[in-house]
Design a protein around this ligand. Structure first.
Ligand code: THU
Length: 126
């Protein structure tokens, strides 16, 4: 778990956040221990920006991973994942531990189901 947290914290340094100056790092871990990081990447056309959690997950999927056992997100003030990221975490990870961190480590240990109660997902489309 420490490697996952440290990766999320390190990823804050990769953040491209010239507009908000809010650096976010994230990391996801597969069941076989592979850790993939991501950061927020902002754009002058603000809605085109991407959150750190989604960067990490999309990168991991792109690298060929599909089964995730935990996710960590790190910010200066221990902020929680936004609503869009909660939906994507649920979709791609199901119910997993989510470690919400600042630069010193875990501030809040929660789960994707606690972050997104009554989710909309594939079960509603059948
Ligand atoms: N941000 C994330 O990277 N993850 C979240 O869950 C919340 C928001 C980013 C988006 C934007 O670059 C900056 O934080 C301020 O909203």
């Amino acid at each position: 778990m420490n490697d996952l947290i440290n990766k999320a914290i390190q990823m804050m340094d990769r953040s491209r956040a010239p507009y908000s100056n809010y650096k976010v790092g994230a990391a996801v871990e597969t069941y076989d221990g592979k850790i993939t990081g991501g950061c927020n990447v902002e754009n002058a056309s603000y809605p085109l920006s991407n959150c750190a959690e989604r960067t990490a997950l999309f990168t991991a999927i792109t690298e060929g991973h599909s089964q995730f056992k935990a996710l960590a997100v790190a910010t200066e003030n221990g902020g929680s994942p936004c609503g869009a990221c909660r939906q994507v975490i649920w979709e791609l990870c199901g119910d997993i531990p989510v470690y919400i961190c600042d630069k010193n480590g875990i501030k809040n240990e929660t789960t994707s189901s606690a972050l997104l109660p009554s989710p909309f997902d594939e079960s509603k489309l059948k």
